[in-house]
Design a protein. Structure first.
Length: 185
């Protein structure tokens, strides 16, 4: 059996370093460099929040995002990475990215970081939906003057149900409803 890539193993699709105390971090942080999340959706949530911050600071093209995310000074191939993401997200490397294009960009970045198709756009949208529950994310979206197209989110009811059903602790039936189930009620 082959070993899973680090970003898949850590449920951290974009290999976010473990500097911050993100919502959804796994109790066991067994990677010395990168955060380990409870599920990929929480990793996508963190990635979306970071990239929203980039857009807010005018790092709003594929090339600018990749230059900041994986700089050449860290021995990254910014040109290859940018071209890969732009092609997969069907964008030009120098065109301004909107909030609605972020999920496609994030999925492409996850694949370049090593996921190689392990994640779906539905999982990205679940992460986006988790992020949208935060008032600071809503404030960023308002500051950017962009809302996100919620049409794809409406198609995720089945995916949400499966995601949250799989996360239930079946060992305790008397436990009150977990906080994350209240998010989508």
């Amino acid at each position: 059996m082959s070993k899973l890539n680090r970003n898949v193993r850590n449920h951290n699709p974009l290999n976010i370093e473990s500097r911050d105390d993100w919502l959804g971090l796994a109790p066991q942080q067994n990677d010395s460099r990168f955060a380990v999340f409870n599920s990929p959706e929480y990793g996508f949530r963190a990635a979306y929040i970071i990239l929203l911050r980039y857009l807010e600071r005018n790092d709003d093209t594929v090339i600018k995002i990749i230059n900041k995310w994986a700089p050449a000074s860290d021995n990254n191939h910014v040109g290859n990475y940018s071209q890969f993401v732009a092609k997969r997200a069907q964008l030009d490397v120098k065109s301004r990215i909107t909030v609605n294009e972020l999920p496609q960009v994030i999925l492409a970045m996850a694949d370049f970081e090593g996921a190689q198709g392990a994640y779906s756009l539905s999982q990205v949208y679940l992460g986006v939906e988790l992020a949208h529950q935060e008032s600071f994310v809503q404030a960023r979206l308002a500051k950017l003057g962009q809302g996100i197209n919620t049409a794809p989110l409406g198609k995720l009811k089945k995916a949400k149900t499966k995601f949250f059903h799989d996360k239930k602790d079946k060992s305790s039936k008397k436990r009150k409803k977990p906080w994350w189930q209240k998010l989508f009620s």
